[in-house]
Design a protein around this ligand. Structure first.
Ligand SMILES: NC(=O)c1ccc[n+]([C@@H]2O[C@H](COP(=O)([O-])OP(=O)(O)OC[C@H]3O[C@@H](n4cnc5c(N)ncnc54)[C@H](OP(=O)(O)O)[C@@H]3O)[C@@H](O)[C@H]2O)c1
Length: 260
């Protein structure tokens, strides 16, 4: 049996969108397994609290505040990881936003906001990171996509399109980077308890929303950030060394149904 307790020691990780939800839990998990982690998001305060929490538990972490839509921020996040930790081994593209509404009332600004954060953001960070990942032992990219990338939903067109694009980006980069030993995978979660839906301001009663969502997930419950962090920790480890270009459902069976 492989001892996985310190399996990311010497493997610097960059996790985007680490100020809450899935990204926060991924950062905690990777750090607890020995990875020095760079945490990014726009809000400084939750990132600073998380850095303190990780350091308090004996791990290594730093925060880089910024917006994933900006080239400058992508370059800075990668550079500061390399400067502080001597390289970059694990990139987790997790930052994301959602927006809901019928197409006729979706503004151009809303379309751009979702596509820019959820698709252009991962592209910008991948582009900055790839020169450092190539030919580095254990190098890997993990994209946090969504079940919405794999099947359509009404009133979610920009989000579905962005996540479908992220799935294709995952597969293109997997092929492009395989000769350099870099693995690229994505996970496709169903509904996970986090700030994603409340941040839109269109979900007034989140608990009622989650209760409704249980019915659309055949296993009968929604996910927790820990469910995503477990799968991600496996996929970015050497235990998954033969896996690349994979899109992994993490949705209690939701993709298989026609339920909304
Ligand atoms: N929760 C779900 O049901 C679910 C399902 C499928 C897929 N996902 C995906 O999971 C990922 C994580 O979402 P979550 O559920 O954990 O939601 P969350 O709690 O809202 O976390 C989203 C993270 O992204 C960051 N972020 C948003 N816009 C950003 C920007 N422009 N620049 C930099 N960072 C930005 C947020 O930080 P700041 O606000 O501080 O910038 C936050 O840290 C997303 O890609 C989402 O699409 C979630």
């Amino acid at each position: 049996m492989t001892d996985v307790t310190r399996e990311f020691e010497g493997r610097p990780a960059l996790v985007t969108g680490a100020s809450s939800g899935i990204g926060r839990q991924v950062a905690l998990t990777l750090a607890s397994l020995g990875a020095p982690v760079t945490l990014t998001a726009r809000r400084a305060e939750p990132l600073d609290l998380l850095v303190s929490e990780i350091r308090g538990a004996g791990g290594e972490a730093q925060a880089v505040v910024g917006d994933v839509r900006e080239e400058r921020h992508a370059a800075e996040a990668v550079r500061r990881t390399v400067d502080a930790y001597g390289g970059l081994t694990i990139l987790v593209n997790n930052a994301g936003v959602i927006g809901a509404g019928p197409v006729e009332s979706t503004t151009t600004e809303e379309w751009d906001r979702i596509l820019d954060v959820d698709l252009k953001g991962p592209f910008l960070i991948c582009r900055a990171a790839v020169p450092h990942l190539k030919d580095r032992p254990g190098a890997t990219i993990l994209n946090v996509s969504s079940v919405t990338g794999r099947r359509p939903y009404p009133n979610l067109a920009p989000y579905c399109v962005a996540k479908a694009g992220l799935d294709m980006l995952t597969k293109c980069l997997a092929l492009e980077l395989a000769p350099h030993g870099v693995r690229v995978n994505a996970i496709n979660p169903g509904v996970v308890r986090s700030n994603l839906h409340t941040a839109t301001g269109t979900v007034p009663d989140y608990e009622a929303f989650l209760t409704r969502c249980k019915e659309t997930h055949p296993l009968g419950f929604v996910g927790q950030p820990e469910d995503a962090a477990e799968l991600i920790a496996f996929l970015v480890s050497d235990r998954a060394r033969w896996i690349t270009g994979g899109l992994f459902p993490l949705d209690g069976g939701r993709e298989l149904t026609s339920l909304r």
